[in-house]
Write a protein that binds this ligand. Structure first.
Ligand SMILES: *Cc1c(COP(=O)(O)O)cnc(C)c1O
Length: 378
């Protein structure tokens, strides 16, 4: 319960006791978090699998991706520190979230995006929210390097996931999953790009299991001030999935020219590399790679068979999970949660290309409409 009489007002209010936000800070929120955990049935049955499979619909956050969880905390802290501007490098969703939360806070935002490789919806958001959009002739990794250098000198706060407050906000998704299921999942599957999110989930699950101060936690560096009595005594196995053309975790080293249709995870030099590796190892998990075709097939199957439209980078989690369930690596009887990181509407171009030919051109006559219907119901 809060000052608004129980109305949900965002994840800082809900999980305030577990977040490093001063009691008198002005909270910058757009009502993020509290996203649905939906059980998939058709895809599981199609695969002949015997698991409980859930998806966490992070595309239903205010700007359409999980980045809002981190941004509410990072921008609240930036404002508390009297910062007047934020900056980030982005494959798209971080810039959309940064721009929106900066607008809400009444401060300036600057976003560096790679030339030509950003989904249209994300670019529209950054522009619409009034960010200064700086398009560089370089990829995300180059942009990341630049903003780190700039933030060290200029009066702007860096809000990429190297900002520890981002990770703190994002860990709340793990809390929500355990709270919603009433138990810890056996496996947690998610896409891995810059690797902040897998790091954040592991911190969240670890906190609930009473093992605060994991090696993955850059914020507390192993001496977490937010040690709480355990809510549970278990943690899930963490499964991270990467696009085959942008898979530094499978190579064990940075990839110089990452390529994938899933632009949100087109990253070759993840900033949270060691933390994500620690999370994977501590949990007994693994990283695996999938092709762009696997990614787009699953994006379409989720839309057609489950009514869930996520962006390509998100679909990789379900594609990976179902493959690992099929091979037995994730055993029958498991409870599996996949994070669907972003909304499908972010990237309409890819979806429309994929479904080209699905729009029927017909005459503007009743008979033509009826014929089209009857042809399809036969
Ligand atoms: C940012 C993002 C990712 C990757 O998350 P990381 O924390 O960078 O690993 C995956 N999917 C979507 C939709 C994203 O926006």
């Amino acid at each position: 319960m809060n000052a608004d009489g129980g109305r949900y007002t965002g994840l800082i209010e809900r999980y305030r006791a577990r977040l490093p936000i001063a009691a008198d800070a002005r909270v910058i929120s757009l009502g993020e978090g509290d996203t649905p955990l939906l059980r998939l049935t058709h895809l599981v049955r199609d695969a002949g699998a015997d698991v409980e499979l859930y998806v966490k619909l992070e595309g239903l956050n205010p700007t359409g991706s999980f980045k809002d969880r981190g941004m509410t905390v990072a921008v609240t802290q930036a404002v508390a520190e009297d910062s007047r501007a934020i900056i980030c490098a982005s494959t798209g969703n971080t810039s959309a979230a940064a721009a929106a939360y900066a607008a809400r806070a009444g401060i300036r935002s600057f976003v560096l995006i790679p030339h030509g490789k950003i989904a249209l919806g994300k670019l529209a958001q950054a522009m619409m929210h009034g960010a200064t959009v700086l398009q560089i002739r370089g990829n995300f990794d180059a942009g990341m390097q630049l903003v780190k250098e700039v933030a060290a000198n200029a009066p702007v706060t860096l809000v990429n996931s190297v900002n520890p407050y981002r990770i703190q906000g994002q860990k709340t998704a793990a809390f929500e999953i355990v709270d919603a299921l009433g138990r810890v999942p056996d496996y947690h599957c998610l896409p891995v790009g810059n690797a902040g999110n897998i790091t954040a989930y592991w911190i969240g699950y670890s906190e609930y299991a009473g093992c605060a101060g994991t090696a993955a936690c850059r914020f507390c560096a192993g001496t977490c001030p937010y040690a709480w009595p355990p809510v549970t005594d278990r943690r899930p196995v963490m499964c991270g999935y990467q696009a085959a053309g942008a898979a530094p975790f499978l190579r064990g080293e940075p990839v110089e020219h990452p390529e994938t249709v899933a632009t949100a995870i087109r990253i070759g030099n993840p900033q949270s590399f060691s933390q994500a590796q620690a999370a994977s190892q501590e949990s007994g998990g693994w990283f695996a790679a999938l092709s762009d075709d696997d990614i787009l097939d699953m994006q379409q199957r989720l839309a057609e068979r489950e009514g869930v439209f996520c962006e390509p980078a998100s679909a990789i989690a379900v594609a990976g999970a179902l493959r690992d369930i099929g091979s037995g690596r994730i055993p029958a009887g498991s409870v599996v949660v996949c994070t669907l990181t972003g909304h499908g509407l972010k990237d309409p171009d890819i979806a429309i290309q994929r479904c080209a030919g699905r729009v029927l051109e017909i005459e503007s006559r009743r008979e033509a409409v009826e014929r089209a219907i009857l042809d399809r119901l036969r």
